[in-house]
Write a protein that binds this ligand. Structure first.
Ligand code: F3S
Length: 297
């Protein structure tokens, strides 16, 4: 029986970089916080918590950090050198940087360079007076971060219906960008709807190919495999998507969060077990599952 890992699986470049950054900071040994969980994976967050890394769940929690005060009411001029706040791969709004600066907190910025590129593009085009249209989830921190970079009008569209209903001024020039993890076909459809309604503009496809690569290689492997194992958090939307894709073409697809969830009873006829994992699943976990299946079946 062969056990094969999908060509693209697990941490994407940006997430790996952000998680590595936290481990580097742990070595330096300061009082470390991440602004939100560094990755949508409970195992990783727990491991970091065991090493003393704390998660800031909101702006209010950031404002109330030890050594800091609400800068608007009581500006804090004394820096707090013992505390570091790490920014996640999908970035934050400028307001968060401002709060960090005002409070004198040290910031380690692990924003993915691909996300930074969109922030920069949106800021530049907004400065030129264009109306920025972001195709993505308005509640996602990455989108909030991009919105925060725009000085002029900005609209977030998530669905085809929203694209049908959106209203822009007649002479307004648009610049359309996308959240890095948005579905490409849906992005294309939204742009098409806007075009048909007479709203054209500068379209910048800013979707990161890490998501597409993972989905494409998971499907290719699931087509060949007798059994597919998808590893990742139930809260990770990209892992859930991988599970759906694999289930469509491989009837024996299993979704597991950790090795403990794996209760396989493989028939003798199984020739190929495929494994894939979401962009927030660490390598260590993928290797554990791979080795377990190889040794036990
Ligand atoms: Fe960066 Fe793409 Fe991952 S934008 S965080 S490499 S999905």
């Amino acid at each position: 029986m062969e056990v094969r890992l999908a060509e693209h699986a697990g941490f994407c470049f940006g997430v790996k970089r952000a998680v590595d950054t936290v481990y580097e900071q742990i070595k330096i040994g300061k009082n470390i916080y991440t602004y939100g969980p560094i990755v949508h994976n409970e195992e990783v967050v727990k491991e970091l918590a065991d090493k003393g890394v704390k998660v800031l769940a909101s702006k209010e929690e950031l404002m109330s950090l030890p050594g800091g005060r609400d800068f608007r009411a009581d500006p804090c001029d004394a820096p707090c050198p013992e505390t570091k706040v790490i920014i996640r791969a999908h970035g934050v709004s400028e307001e968060i940087y401002r709060i960090l600066e005002e409070k004198g907190l040290e910031c380690v910025d692990a924003t993915c360079p691909f996300v930074r590129r969109i922030q920069k593009k949106a800021a530049e085009e907004s400065d030129k007076g264009k109306h920025i249209v972001i195709v993505g989830d308005p509640g996602h921190p990455e989108v909030e971060g991009i919105v925060g970079r725009c000085k002029g009008p900005v609209t977030v569209l998530e669905s085809l219906q929203e694209a049908e209903e959106a209203v822009f001024l007649d002479k307004e020039e648009l610049c359309i960008v996308a959240q890095t993890t948005f579905n490409y076909n849906k992005f294309h459809d939204i742009v098409e709807i806007l075009g048909k309604r007479g709203y054209n503009g500068n379209v910048v496809n800013t979707i990161c190919n890490a998501t597409e690569e993972r989905q494409r290689s998971a499907r290719a492997l699931a087509l060949e495999a007798d059994v597919m194992i998808v590893i990742g958090s139930r809260h990770s939307s990209n892992t859930t998507k991988l599970y759906e894709i694999c289930s469509e073409v491989c009837a024996h697809t299993y979704f597991i969060q950790t090795l403990d969830d794996l209760h396989l009873a493989l028939p003798k006829a199984v020739r190929l077990v495929g494994i894939t994992a979401g962009a927030s699943t660490p390598n260590k976990l993928i290797e554990e599952v791979q080795n377990y299946v190889r040794i036990n079946f």
